[in-house]
Write a protein that binds this ligand. Sequence first.
Ligand SMILES: [Zn+2]
Length: 482
Amino acid sequence: MNLTRYREDAEEFVSALDREYYLHFSGQQDEFDIEPIYDRYAELLTTDTVQALREAGNRELLEFAVHGLVGRATKAEEAELARREAALELELDGEVMPFRQAAVVQSNEPDPDRRAAIEEARLELTARELNPLLREMLERSHSLARELGWRSMREMCEELSGIDLGRLEGQTNGFLEASEAHYEALLTPRLEVELGFGFERLRRSDFTYFFRARTLDAAYSEEKLLTSFRETMAGLGVEGGGVRLDVEQRPKKTPRAFCAPVRVPDEVYLVIARHGGRDDYEALLHEAGHAQHFAHMSAGLPMEHRYLGDNSITESFAFLFQHLTQNPAWLRARLDVADPEAIEAQARAAKLVFLRRYAAKLAYELELHGAPPSLDPLREVYARRLGDALHVKWPSESWLSDVDPFFYAASYIRAWALETHVRRLLHERFGELWFEEPEAGAFLKSLWAEGQSVRGDELLHELTGAELDFGAMLDEFRVPSS
Ligand SMILES: [Zn+2]
């Protein structure tokens, strides 16, 4: 196998997909023509190629080919799923709303009973219209993993990522146990402020409204969004370069912010659509973390270390910048917030919910992808694990839609841990105003230059000698690690 040739083609393929994604979702092009791109590069993603890459011993390229092969085998269902989702509507008290819009409406709905009604209608449509297709895709991907020679999807993902998911589960279970007794006490004051009640009445349908935290919007003015962003990048000395900021309002631009690394490191799009409030700040800075990471990768790295590899690294830089929006020193310096305590408390509460939810999701997904004798009982496993972690009755209908492909949940979990260590290091070396220090920027640039050539745990080990574990995160919630 000619690896040089394979890398060149793989880079062109990924780049073409990202460009199509960027043009469509930034609202500049109606079509989203990825099928012809897959056809043009079909050779990259065949069982023979997978076999050749396995023999060549390049783990990242092998992972890329396997994920691509599974993606290709399920792309018809995927397209059908997107078509159905886009066409579905739900009706509530005579009001009709598009299915995809309903989650946004729910997160802005002050009436808890109406939030519950919207969620119920969404779940009912999910179970009836989407789950049969999702199940087909899941079963297809499981049987492909076996055809390619692994015993299960879990075994396949562990070998291809080089990440011991069982060991990670041991750590996240430890986190669930250690934070269990503190969870309700930490959330209750913020639930009462945002919702007007605590756990006695809390339902799952309240969570997105809680995260939305409308009482805190005042601190995040629309005028300061771009200035605070530019000042932060200038303070670190990381402005310019290959990052292209797309803030233009276009009618068909997607409401979600995203980063499209079309050509790494020279052409990286940072796309946002503004809605107002805290969400804009979080989204902009999260995607800025990705964009800076890609734009500062060394051009000489092989493609697998620029576009592929362990995504807990790129997610950790995204979380690092996103975290600024709740950092008291940053809030004072950039947004003139006099008393950032409520913001900090809300952020801590929301993060604990996320960490516990992802810990439960990982345990569930390990069972789901671990070749269970039958998939049916997993529906109740999902509801039980999530319900136990979050102390609410958790509906089971989302057992198939709430699954990230190829254990992406593990990347987020590891990224949260890695970010905590990197943030602490920045604080120790450059002070609480590290985001105003060009030397902190230079330090970050030296990390970004390496791309994703090592795994997140290896990066941390090089930096501090520490193990990538969850002890550091328990400290954040002032929970003693046992
Ligand atoms: Zn991200």
